[in-house]
Design a protein around this ligand. Structure first.
Ligand SMILES: C[S@@+](CC[C@H](N)C(=O)[O-])C[C@H]1O[C@@H](n2cnc3c(N)ncnc32)[C@H](O)[C@@H]1O
Length: 393
């Protein structure tokens, strides 16, 4: 990856990161000198009060580190409300449950659109790990749809009673801690973090049997062995996460939206360093140890792994397509037409936003949508155009 000059964080930010680094060092020492990368990533992103998503800095939007589809345009969430409404009608009611709701923009726009359609969910449940983000979400929802705030509930744990729901997760899978491996001839090594001269360094150790078996299973699935020193990552959190959702749902559908590939593309020979990326103030780089807590660390999603995990969890895979196809099939062009006023500036803005969401050179092809159902006998919307043209293998 091209090396970019990163802006120097402020003194305050550096002190914040130092506190997190001390915590990580403590855990490394307690663990005998090494922790695996997934644990490092978990601490860097989610350590209470210190991790990137758990602490107070601005993350989303122009002033933050990256921008997601719901932040680019309300058109994204308004379009997503169309299939949500269809499914709620088919189920004769139910909840919406959103994971990792970010700034709360998607929840607010989705609720507003569902209200206009007169298809409000019984509850809009938000599962959010970060206390700071919960607060922000509350403020945005209060500001945009104050009369609907009563329907919104923030959950600390998934409901114990089974529910009927449409589950939404935009850019959540890419924020889950991943395990990193390095293939060396017959051996597989696990990449983690250790200390050298009191500094965090990447260090690989011989992998355990579980990681080795997974790497070999991937090689079998893609029909080739990784070359010497091939390094990449595996999300071991997707399976338990999907299982917990399946266990909660009596009936429902799940839309997982994220950037990623099917496995054969994910592990292309060219991607010898994997897909991990770090973001700080809209600059992307690959130094995962740079100021822990100040930058986002993210990996692309292996949608084959996610689909297999979903089937194991008891879901049916209904479709897998690009974000562009999904949004077009869910009525984005019609929505834009309806919203067009005579104001030229507004027209240009709407068209520009639609292009950003759908053009292959923007988010249209890189982002994919995986649709799952449980005990729901309908073709869920979004996959009518070239459904399954994207192969999940
Ligand atoms: C890149 S942000 C995306 C935020 C928002 N969905 C958007 O599109 O703007 C990733 C979010 O996923 C959340 N997240 C990651 N793992 C999660 C999990 N297991 N349960 C709930 N939220 C999770 C993070 O806390 C963070 O809010």
């Amino acid at each position: 990856m091209q090396k970019l000059e990163l802006p120097e964080p402020s003194r305050e930010e550096q002190q914040h990161s130092d506190r997190l680094v001390e915590l990580i060092k403590g855990e490394i020492e307690q663990s005998g000198g090494w922790i695996d990368f997934a644990r490092f990533m978990e601490l860097a992103l989610y350590a209470p009060g210190l991790g990137y998503y758990s602490a107070g800095q601005q993350k989303f939007g122009e002033q933050g580190d990256f921008i997601t589809a719901p932040e680019i345009s309300p058109l994204f969430s308004q379009t997503l409300a169309n299939p949500v409404a269809d499914i709620l009608i088919a189920m004769q009611g139910g909840d919406v449950m959103e994971f990792g709701a970010g700034s709360g923009a998607m929840a607010a726009e989705c609720l507003a659109a569902l209200q206009r359609k007169n298809v409000l969910p019984d509850r809009y449940l938000i599962v959010e790990l970060s206390a700071e983000l919960r607060e922000r979400q509350k403020q945005i929802i209060m500001a945009r749809v104050p009369d609907l705030i009563e329907r919104v509930q923030w959950l600390d744990a998934l409901p114990e009673q089974k529910i009927k729901a449409v589950v939404l997760a935009n850019e959540v899978l890419d924020a889950m801690p991943v395990q990193r491996f390095v293939r060396n001839q017959e051996a597989v090594q696990c990449l983690g973090v250790a200390l050298q001269d009191d500094k965090l360094v990447l260090k690989s150790v011989e992998s355990d049997a579980q990681l080795k078996a997974r790497v070999e299973a991937i090689e079998k699935n893609i029909g080739r062995e990784f070359c010497q020193a091939y390094s990449s990552e595996i999300n071991f959190n997707a399976q338990p996460w999907l299982q917990s959702i399946a266990d909660t749902l009596d009936q429902g559908a799940v839309y997982l939206i994220d950037y990623g590939y099917p496995q054969s593309e994910y592990y292309l020979p060219d991607r010898i360093m994997g897909t991990l990326m770090c973001y700080y103030q809209h600059r992307a780089h690959d130094n995962t140890l740079w100021y822990p807590g100040l930058q986002d660390i993210t990996s692309f999603v292996d949608f084959t792994l996610v689909a297999e995990a979903a089937v194991d969890a008891g879901f049916e895979v209904e479709g897998f397509t690009s974000q562009a196809n999904f949004l077009i099939d869910c009525g984005l062009p019609q929505l834009v037409e309806e919203l067009m006023s005579t104001d030229i500036k507004q027209q240009i803005q709407l068209v520009q936003q639609m292009k950003t969401l759908t053009l292959p050179s923007e988010m249209g092809e890189r982002f994919k949508v995986l649709g799952l159902t449980k005990h729901l006998h309908m073709d869920i919307p979004g996959f009518g155009l070239r459904n399954n043209v994207l192969k999940l293998s």
